[in-house]
Write a protein that binds this ligand. Structure first.
Ligand SMILES: NC(=O)c1ccc[n+]([C@@H]2O[C@H](COP(=O)([O-])OP(=O)(O)OC[C@H]3O[C@@H](n4cnc5c(N)ncnc54)[C@H](OP(=O)(O)O)[C@@H]3O)[C@@H](O)[C@H]2O)c1
Length: 512
């Protein structure tokens, strides 16, 4: 049975968003992201009929690969990673339009070859094409690619079109405020801000988009969404996995850069921003920046607003796993944090006095991302003494992943002749209502960029403001080395220092 027959709500979803004729050029097309996410995303857009009739995919990389070999790699990637099975019918239309150009990222003649290939595609198609450059390489080559797109005239050539050329740039967007500013400067020398799409794939997740719908399409929430009713907010981005094979990257990054500066800050901004005047990109991004600007500088050091820790050996999924310092490729005595938590104060009329707690970590009890708003307790108490401690504070929790949905903790009467209460949970689950075959984040994001809709992408000032908040913490931690670095057992919910930070305000972390 087709999904829409089983889940009639899917009927209501609009599919009337069209892209102009487009070439997507992926730099770093032999990489992991291209195989696991980008090619399957393009394939699923094709399967949904959302690609323009004139669509081409051009891979770019250093190794010399004939078109046919790239096509075979792409087909295998779809087989292995697509949410839909490979259909010969769809693939036979996409395959001849899947091409490869090889060359060094800092080699000017390679961009001339790319330009010639693009010109040939326009000739074949008999019309002007918009070009979407997707930079999916390690960050060390972001700048040479941008500079060469500028110097070769490629960016400008497609700028004058009715549908201007666009560039998607992968994370990490800088590693501190100075490098993010440098990267913004490189980008805006060659492209204008509306052409630049800084990706944070979290924003493409259905549940993150649903947060906007829940907040602004339901009149019951907005009157409660402020310091009069909300006691505090907890945002958790927990991973069960350890550092795995990414030691080289992670040692240079750590949790604050890898998760908090981008994903967690974005979730915070969407949760706490003022209602935008419309759903267009600039209205939403203006409100996010205003919110980020209202966050107060953090107090560093003992008793301050930050916590950091490393996992030690522990039990995960019933098996013993090594601690961070015992993982392959980790420097002995490394001070890289695998857990980070922040306590933020937002100085505006809506949120003054409401703590926002953010945490993220590897090797936590299980993989979950959620935003939980804890409401103030009911005033007074008319219930018997024995029940007082049973009454829970109401909590509204958005589960972003993996079990996508929304839950509300309420107090209910236990059936019986006495009046006794018990907290109960009301749940809405995406998979139950809408089916589980929802688009992947990258499908939505690639399509949005093709259409030119930047709502789910990060604007230059947003990324700089976010780095401005976390850079002093990074510098302080670097200066401290391992001093003040706490530990937690793998498989737990994090270090004691993070728990005491909440306890100081009479709060405790949820175990979602
Ligand atoms: N993988 C993920 O799940 C994921 C998730 C979120 C964000 N990202 C971001 O997406 C981007 C791409 O990720 P990825 O995992 O696909 O990266 P990757 O596999 O390490 O690299 C992509 C391609 O870039 C080229 N490359 C690698 N190292 C290079 C170097 N030192 N100098 C020049 N070129 C180099 C290689 O292509 P050639 O040798 O063919 O030139 C490689 O196949 C990164 O910025 C990453 O942070 C990745």
């Amino acid at each position: 049975m087709a999904d829409h027959e089983r889940h009639p709500f899917l009927h209501g979803l609009s599919k009337h968003r069209g892209s102009p004729p487009t070439v997507v050029v992926i730099f770093g097309a032999s990489g992991d992201l291209t195989a696991r996410k980008l090619i399957p995303a393009i394939y699923n857009l094709a399967a949904d009929g959302l690609l323009p009739a004139d669509f081409y995919l051009v891979g770019f990389g250093r190794k010399s690969i004939p078109d046919a070999e790239f096509q075979a790699v792409a087909r295998d990637a779809i087989r292995e990673f697509s949410r839909r099975e490979l259909s010969d019918d769809i693939w036979s239309r996409l395959a001849p339009r899947t091409l490869y150009v090889s060359g060094g990222y800092d080699e000017r003649p390679a961009y001339d070859r790319l330009a010639a290939r693009l010109a040939a595609l326009e000739k074949e198609s008999g019309q002007e094409l918009q070009v979407l450059f997707y930079i999916s390489t390690p960050p060390s080559v972001f700048a040479p690619i941008i500079q060469n797109l500028g110097a070769s005239g490629l960016a400008a050539r497609y700028l004058r079109r009715p549908h201007q050329s666009k560039v998607i740039i992968e994370k990490p967007f800088g590693r501190d405020l100075a490098s993010a500013r440098d990267l913004n400067r490189e980008l805006t020398t060659v492209f204008t801000e509306p052409q630049i799409f800084r990706i944070d794939h979290y924003l493409g997740k259905e549940t993150v988009q649903d947060l906007l719908v829940q907040r602004f399409a339901n009149a019951i929430f907005e009157p409660l969404w402020n310091r009069n009713f909300i006691d505090h907010v907890q945002i958790t981005v927990a991973e069960e996995v350890g550092v795995g094979s990414r030691a080289g990257y992670y040692e240079q990054s750590g949790c604050l850069r890898d998760m908090i500066q981008n994903h967690t800050m974005q979730l915070l901004a969407l949760t706490a921003m003022e209602p935008p005047v419309s759903l267009d990109a600039e209205s939403i991004r203006d409100e996010k920046v205003k919110l980020l600007n209202a966050i107060q500088p953090l107090r560093l050091g003992p008793g301050g607003d930050t916590a950091r820790a490393q996992y030690t050996e522990g039990l995960v999924g019933g098996g013993l796993v090594p601690g961070y310092l015992q993982e392959a490729g980790i420097a002995s005595g490394s001070s890289t944090e695998t857990y980070a938590a922040l306590r933020l104060s937002i100085n505006n009329w809506r949120w003054a006095g409401v703590p926002f707690y953010l945490r993220s970590g590897k090797r936590l009890a299980h993989r979950v991302t959620e935003i939980a708003l804890r409401f103030k307790r009911a005033p007074g108490n008319i219930f018997p003494e024995s029940d007082r401690f049973n009454l829970a504070a109401n909590t509204l929790a958005f589960q972003i992943q993996p079990d996508e949905g929304l839950s509300m903790v309420l107090n209910a009467k236990i059936p019986g002749l006495e009046t006794r209460t018990q907290p109960v949970q009301m749940n809405f689950r995406y998979a139950t209502t809408f089916g589980s075959n929802t688009p992947e984040a990258y499908e939505r994001l690639v399509l949005d960029a093709m259409i030119g809709d930047g709502t789910l992408f990060i604007r230059g000032d947003e990324t700089e403001r976010s780095w401005q908040l976390v850079t002093p913490i990074l510098e302080f931690w670097k200066e401290q080395g391992r001093a003040g670095l706490d530990i937690y057992a793998a498989g737990s919910w994090g270090p004691a220092s993070s728990a005491s930070q909440l306890a100081a305000n009479g709060h405790s972390w949820r175990e979602p």
